[in-house]
Ligand binder design. Structure first.
Ligand SMILES: C[S@@+](CC[C@H](N)C(=O)[O-])C[C@H]1O[C@@H](n2cnc3c(N)ncnc32)[C@H](O)[C@@H]1O
Length: 194
């Protein structure tokens, strides 16, 4: 899938290698590494960062984008979405991941030995001053929440009716006059030692 997607943007020949990011074993060293929405799923994020560190040239750069799910805030405070979101994060923790890994990136990079660590936040802060964007983001959020529904049902974290309530709460938020929909993720850039 990555091969198909990338061929739409670049004519350069790109090699794809499928390895555990925590135990990379590549002959080459690289100028840069890029990790997006992956550390949130791994049991030992420092192991992944160390593994990337070892595969960078001196002064090579790592770029990261990761979730900070505790930053999610919404009004009106509808209980169906609240309940589903809590279960969604509990599922990620049960699976060995960390839904708040983004906010920890600076410390993790520092502990692994990266230097010149830069952190920035991205995300959205939507309300009825931008109703179309609010509608688009709540619709996207519904799909994101549903992407984990199957394993959450299988592990009894949710019931079918919780999915419907989460969906109708998101639809209500898109319409409510006092709606607020807020979320921040974290991006980091850092350098391997010279
Ligand atoms: C939420 S997806 C993100 C995919 C893509 N980076 C993006 O931004 O759309 C999480 C990805 O992390 C990958 N992943 C999880 N643990 C991994 C590991 N130990 N080594 C390599 N990839 C891993 C999964 O295969 C999955 O493709």
């Amino acid at each position: 899938k990555a091969q198909i997607n990338l061929s739409r943007f670049s004519e350069r020949e790109i090699n794809f290698v499928n390895q555990d990011a925590a135990e990379l074993n590549l002959e080459e060293k690289f100028d840069a590494g890029f990790i997006c929405w992956v550390l949130e799923h791994v049991e030992d994020p420092k192991k992944v960062l160390r593994s990337v560190y070892e595969h960078l040239h001196p002064e090579g750069i790592i770029y990261l984008t990761e979730v900070f799910n505790s930053s999610f805030y919404f009004l009106p405070k509808l209980p169906g979405l609240e309940r589903y979101y809590n279960a969604y994060n509990a599922h990620q923790i049960q699976s060995g991941g960390d839904p708040d890994i983004g906010v920890k990136l600076g410390n993790l990079l520092h502990e692994v030995g990266f230097e010149e660590i830069e952190l920035q936040r991205g995300g959205f802060h939507l309300d009825q001053s931008r109703p179309e964007e609010l509608k688009r983001m709540t619709a996207y959020w519904k799909e994101l929440m549903k992407s984990a529904a199957k394993p959450m049902l299988d592990t009894d974290l949710i019931k079918e009716k919780d999915i419907r309530e989460m969906e109708s709460d998101l639809e209500a938020i898109a319409k409510a006059s006092n709606s607020v929909f807020f979320y921040q993720f974290v991006q980091a850039k850092a350098k391997r030692k010279a």
